[in-house]
Design a protein around this ligand. Structure first.
Ligand code: ME8
Length: 687
């Protein structure tokens, strides 16, 4: 089995851990736990980034010695992650001698190869991001971030990054999944294609860093130092046979190791450009993949202490338990996309999918029917019919799909697939009505039904184990099963043809509900305690997007999508959108694929276009859209667009409109109608 090494960013210790840090670390933990279940030799690393100007300044502000400061600030990160059930194998701190020695070794290799030279750096430096900033980048920064950028003029060593432009592009070409998601990889490639400048890799105006070998006036640039953590934690770079972990887990010509760095999109450039460039220059193999996940906001606002919405994970874990927080983080937001953390949504998912979906399934069968009808023992199944075959097919499909998604770092998709089985098993219970079978005394059929639900639960206890380590342990306990064996090299993932592994006669142990309901009063009290009812202070406009900007500076700010029926557009733009909605609210909006069959300008209106749109219904729909300034009507014909199909009809210029076409606009590009990349059939639901 291919060895698997998964890492998180190492976190700056200038502040305390928050759910952004928890997000990356939980995702890595899920992947590590999954890999272990599959029997892969696995190693999971997290840790803290402790050098640099930012940390030195913070320690000074607090009147502390930097080492004493970082010694105090690092353990709470480890503790927060442990409280979240993250089972990391190693925790690296960049002030550890094992790390410092390896960073100096890398420096020496690069210097000996002639890739480092002494020069002078004159330019801008963002202490908050520990990043050198060009004039163009500076202009693109918002006011608040810009005000924190300092002018630096100092002697500095440079790494010849400019000479690695082609090497990097070639490397990307040969490793088409090096950066995920793909869209982010495209941004990285586009950036590199424009040419790279040499990178300043040392500083002389402060001292809190790893000394440059042979020149004590310089400390190393914190990112060169920090990126090396992934390798130093394995004892690398080392010669073959010198360090077992490095040999086993860092990719080389023979070990076929798979290294995935989970990072936030804010630090993609450092990981996707600088890191492989350093490694390629040093003759070392880059990691297999950098997965850049999206940015979390909190109740719709950027998370920051300044807005009073900085969420530490501890109180959430206390309120809901680690597994629920883990589940929520992995389920709520598509991994790779930006998303929002909303306290109320945690309750919604808790009571919905977890309580009503999974918890109930166990409760319905084990706690009542099995106990009363079979003395709590798993009965042997009898003849099966279509209903059972259908359930087994869903289970097999769910297991295969979830595995595939987890292999591709898609934890949210894996959960979608797994919850197909939860839903199917609940439907199966509804359809087969075991309580009615019990009443009628049809024990034979009842045994089959119970068995199939219990075996589904057993499969779920394995598939959900990476996400819900505690709850699945409790689930297995109630099913009368031992905890999943942590033994390496034993593939325990359920597979097609294996449904039916639960031994008949197993003594179940009904216990407390897995996800007991919160009383509404308690719910309100918890929200209050977590500060979730407090309206966030209005974000100072200038700072709102500062961190995201760094990722893809060249990408214009995303403008909000809006609908383009003219009257709606204005009111929709004016109306304050709620920060979050529950899923049930979202599905109330019937979004459909529409094919524009005809389009013509509405007389006496300079904005309106009258479209006849195929929505897969008997007759095309007439929809009016205020897009004439941006599209010639004839250019719209044949286009597939997204339509709000259940909007109440309204009259404009004497004509009825039966829906709305979605579009987005910004000042730079004007208006763009949302279109589909593929020829999806008209009328298909958009979700
Ligand atoms: O950048 N949403 O450390 P850092 C999602 N030391 N993820 C978030 C987040 C949010 N709102 N806020 C933080 C550093 N993160 C460097 C890394 S690695 C060699 C050096 C997560 O403390 C996300 O993973 O600023 C992001 O990349 C990381 O925390 C940044 O942590």
């Amino acid at each position: 089995m291919r060895p698997f090494y998964v890492t998180t960013p190492i976190y700056y210790v200038n502040d305390k851990p928050h759910i952004g840090h928890a997000y990356s670390t939980v995702a890595a933990d899920v992947l590590a736990r999954y890999a272990k279940l599959r029997g892969r030799p696995t190693r999971f690393l997290t840790g803290t980034d402790e050098h640099g100007q930012k940390i030195e300044e913070r320690a000074k502000e607090l009147g502390k010695d930097p080492q004493a400061f970082v010694d105090e600030m690092s353990p709470p990160f480890a503790q927060a992650f442990r409280e979240l059930g993250c089972d990391f194998d190693d925790y690296i701190r960049t002030t550890e001698p094992r790390h410092e020695a390896k960073v100096q070794e890398l420096w020496k290799i690069l210097a000996e190869k002639g890739d480092i030279y002494l020069g002078d750096y004159e330019g801008w430096y963002s202490v908050a991001d520990e990043a050198f900033i060009t004039e163009t980048e500076l202009k693109a920064l918002d006011e608040v971030t810009r005000s924190k950028v300092v002018r630096v003029k100092e002697p500095s060593y440079f790494f010849k990054l400019s000479e690695y432009t082609d090497t990097l592009l070639e490397f990307y070409e040969q490793n088409p999944t090096f950066v995920q998601p793909e869209g982010r990889f495209n941004e990285v490639k586009a950036f590199v294609k424009e040419g790279l400048r040499d990178l300043s890799v040392s500083r002389t105006t402060f001292t809190w860093g790893i000394p440059v070998p042979g020149d004590a006036k310089h400390v190393m640039y914190v990112w060169l130092d920090a990126l090396m953590n992934y390798m130093s934690a394995l004892g690398g770079p080392a010669k073959a046979g010198e360090e077992a972990l490095y040999d086993r887990f860092w990719p080389n010509a023979t070990n076929d190791a798979d290294v995935v760095h989970i990072v936030g999109k804010d630090i993609l450039r450092f990981h996707a450009i600088y890191w492989p460039a350093f490694l390629l220059a040093a003759g070392l193999q880059p990691p297999s993949q950098i997965f850049a996940h999206g940015w979390l906001t909190v109740n719709g606002e950027k998370m920051s202490k300044r807005y009073g919405n900085f969420i530490p994970p501890g109180p959430l874990v206390e309120a809901f338990g680690a597994d629920v927080v883990r589940y929520y983080l992995m389920r709520e937001v598509g991994f790779g996309q930006d998303g929002d953390f909303a306290h109320k949504q945690v309750f919604a998912r808790y009571h919905g999918e977890l309580g009503n979906g999974l918890g109930n399934l166990l409760q319905r069968i084990v706690a009542s029917i099995l106990k009363n009808e079979f003395g709590g023992e798993v009965p042997a199944p009898n003849a099966i019919g279509d209903e059972e075959r259908e359930l087994v097919a869903v289970a097999e499909k769910a297991a295969a799909a979830a595995a595939q998604h987890l292999d591709l770092v898609g934890p949210h998709r894996a959960l979608d697939a797994i919850f197909e089985l939860v839903a199917a098993a609940n439907r199966y219970v509804d359809r087969t009505a075991p309580w009615a079978l019990a009443k009628s005394g049809d024990k034979e059929r009842l045994a089959t039904v119970c068995y199939h639900v219990l075996e589904s639960l057993r499969w779920l206890s394995v598939m959900l184990a990476p996400f819900l380590p505690e709850k699945t342990r409790a689930l297995r306990e109630q099913l009368g099963l031992p905890p999943i064996s942590p033994t390496e090299a034993l593939d325990q993932w359920p597979k097609a043809g294996e449904f039916g592994g639960l031994p008949a006669g197993t003594k179940t142990a009904p216990g407390v509900p897995l996800f007991p309901r919160f009383d509404p009063k308690d719910e309100a009290a918890i929200l209050e305690k977590l500060g979730a009812n407090k309206p966030a202070e209005p974000a100072p406009k200038a700072e709102k997007k500062s961190k995201e900007k760094k990722v893809d500076e060249k990408k214009p700010e995303a403008a909000e999508a809006k609908a383009v029926a003219p009257t709606e557009t204005k009111s929709a733009a004016k109306a304050e959108a709620p920060s979050t909605i529950v899923f049930d609210d979202f599905v109330k909006v019937d979004l459909r694929v529409g094919l524009i069959l005809e389009a013509e300008a509405v007389p006496k209106s300079d904005k309106l276009v009258r479209c006849q749109i195929d929505l897969g219904e008997e007759k095309p729909r007439q929809i009016l859209a205020g897009i004439r300034l941006h599209y010639a009507p004839e250019a719209l014909v044949g286009k597939r667009v997204i339509v709000v199909a259940n909007l109440a009809p309204r009259k404009m210029m004497g004509l009825e409109s039966h829906g709305m076409i979605l579009a987005a606009s910004d000042t730079e590009h004007g208006l763009s109608v949302l279109r589909l990349e593929k020829d999806i059939a008209p009328g298909t639901r958009v979700s």
